[in-house]
Design a protein around this ligand. Structure first.
Ligand SMILES: [Zn+2]
Length: 132
């Protein structure tokens, strides 16, 4: 086993997919080669991170459930002190951004529809004035 073969077999070895023969050859090489040992350590860390579930703050699910229960009860429900304030603020921000976005979309749609409309309505209006 040389360094090139070691690099090729390393991922499979670390995931436990190597044959017994390959695994023992790899172990022997890693014992004697500091460079590949370092690579193996690095790769082990990467694989562990990739397979681990994403980190989440303590009590996150619980605070989401509490939040949903509060929203269902209506706006008059009492706000929980301390930790409850951060999600509350971000909810308001999200709602405000959504409202802004909808307003922007509405304005664009309005401009587009008025641009596509032919200029006849003002003419008709003037004509109506003339008839009166
Ligand atoms: Zn090596």
């Amino acid at each position: 086993m040389d360094c090139q073969n070691c690099g090729r077999e390393l991922v499979g070895f670390l995931q436990g997919e190597s044959s017994a023969e390959t695994a023992s050859a790899l172990r022997a090489h890693l014992d004697s080669c500091a460079r590949c040992r370092g690579r193996a350590e690095l790769l082990r860390g990467v694989l562990r991170t990739a397979s681990a579930p994403p980190p989440r703050p303590d009590g996150f699910l619980e605070s989401v459930r509490r939040r949903i229960a509060q929203e269902n009860r209506g706006p008059s429900a009492a706000e929980s002190p301390g930790r409850g304030r951060m999600p509350s603020l971000s909810w308001r921000l999200a709602t405000a951004s959504l409202a802004l976005l909808l307003a922007a979309v509405g304005i664009v749609a309005l401009q587009r529809s008025s641009r596509m409309r032919p200029a006849s309505p003002p003419d008709r209006c003037l004509a109506a004035n003339c008839q009166a």
